[in-house]
Design a protein around this ligand. Structure first.
Ligand code: GDP
Ligand code: MN
Length: 388
């Protein structure tokens, strides 16, 4: 789960990181009212969406008067902002962050992530901060320093020194850097983050480090431990079908193909997607209904698959272990009653209570194409949508 810049900055501040003052607003008038609490002649109006590259898309504006601030906030709010990371449709801006302007001497890059290659938390630092870090990584990777943290010995002064050195920070700035490194690491571990990215981390003209931008992502599977973090969730930033799926505790990822898949178990779901591709079609989704699904859950899963207009056929592939085949059959029948399936439906059931499941389906009067095994099921599903 990701959060907005203003939420990330609140969190950073709470942990003691250097963050400037700012206010968040959902209308231009509210922004003007709240900005009275801010100091300085220069303000920065920043569109709050989860994607980066806002500066390039016109979502970060430096303003010198309240009138200008009102106009920029008004221009951004309620409209889509297109950045290199949003795709062509952009994202609707629902709030703006108005920050006290900072006089910048240097823009640096600092992030903290889980390095899957080493299985450790790693810091990534570069003197080339600002808006083009992807280019730096591609063209001049030697300008990026990575240092990981051994979980057995933990964080030490060594990490702070390596990063200060990589960022060319000396004297008091190196000390500030050491402190920031500790703060970020503590936040990362305590809140089960998956990414903290400060780009840019700036050196101000008066010799202070400041986190000018902040992106924080959290490990979804650890959110149950952090209700304070979960409360920061903004469902507008997420795919509506995936939000619906998470309400029913279903693992659902929308894809671009046209065969909807309902499967139990992530491994079987991936095998099902592979075999659909093998026979020349594309899966419309990944969907794992899980081990202990109820009729209600299966019904919800079915509705979710059918809500995708690209779906031209559905393949149900269930291996009944903990999940019983008759439960799946009841779910399919219930979903068929509530929604008009309207597309070919191939069902392959195997395992616990398979005979009872097949019997329920055949007595249901539904137009189902039964399949004996995975291979047979995939072939029939592909044929049913007219690809093979
Ligand atoms: P992003 O484009 O979504 O990554 O948004 P950022 O918050 O990183 O802002 C983009 C750029 O705008 C930064 O790299 C800075 O150069 C500039 N910027 C943002 N805030 C300020 C500020 O307070 N003062 C000045 N002078 N520039 C700023
Ligand atoms: Mn940035």
């Amino acid at each position: 789960m990701n959060i907005h810049e203003y939420q990330a900055k609140d969190l950073l501040k709470a942990f003691g990181a250097p963050v400037g003052n700012g206010v968040v607003a959902t209308t231009a008038d509210e922004a003007v009212e709240k900005a009275k609490a801010l100091n300085g002649d220069v303000l920065v109006v920043k569109a709050q969406i989860h994607a980066g590259g806002r500066g390039k898309g016109g979502g970060v504006k430096i303003v010198k008067t309240i009138q200008e601030m009102h106009a920029e906030a008004d221009r951004m709010l309620g409209k889509p902002l297109i950045t290199p990371q949003t795709g062509p449709k952009g994202r609707i801006v629902r709030s703006v962050f108005v920050a006290e302007g900072t006089a910048i001497d240097r823009e640096l890059y600092l992030s903290l992530l889980v390095d899957r290659a080493t299985g450790r938390i790693a810091f990534v630092a570069s003197t080339e901060g600002g808006v083009n870090i992807e280019e730096v990584a591609a063209e001049t990777p030697e300008k990026i320093t990575t240092v990981d943290v051994d979980p057995a010995s933990g964080l030490s002064g060594f990490h702070g020194r390596v990063i200060a050195d990589a960022l060319e920070l000396k004297g008091d700035l190196a000390k500030q850097c050491g402190k920031l490194i500790k703060t970020l690491y503590t936040l990362f571990v305590e809140k089960d983050a998956s990414l903290i990215e400060i780009n840019p981390l700036v050196v101000t003209k008066d010799g202070q480090l400041e986190c000018l931008d902040a992106k924080i992502g959290f490990e979804d599977n650890a959110l149950f431990r952090h209700p304070d973090i979960e409360a920061l969730r903004d469902i507008h930033e997420e795919d509506p079908a995936e939000v619906e799926a998470s309400k029913h505790d279903l693992s659902y990822v929308k894809l671009d193909g046209n065969i909807g898949c309902m499967v139990n178990g992530a491994g079987l779901a991936m095998a099902t997607m592979d075999i659909i591709k093998y026979y020349g079609a594309e899966p419309a989704n990944f969907l794992d209904v899980g081990g202990g699904a109820t009729t209600e859950k299966v019904t919800a899963a079915f509705k979710l698959i059918l809500s995708d207009p690209n779906v031209k056929g559905v393949l149900v592939n269930i291996f009944g272990g903990i999940m019983r085949c008759d439960t799946i059959a009841e779910g399919i029948i219930a979903a068929a009653k509530e929604t008009n399936i309207g597309v070919p439906l191939v069902v392959r059931l195997e395992g616990t209570n398979v005979e009872r499941g097949k019997e329920l389906l055949s007595q249901s009067g539904l137009d189902i194409i039964p399949a004996d095994d995975l291979d047979d099921a995939a072939k029939k599903a592909v044929a049913a949508i007219g690809v093979a």
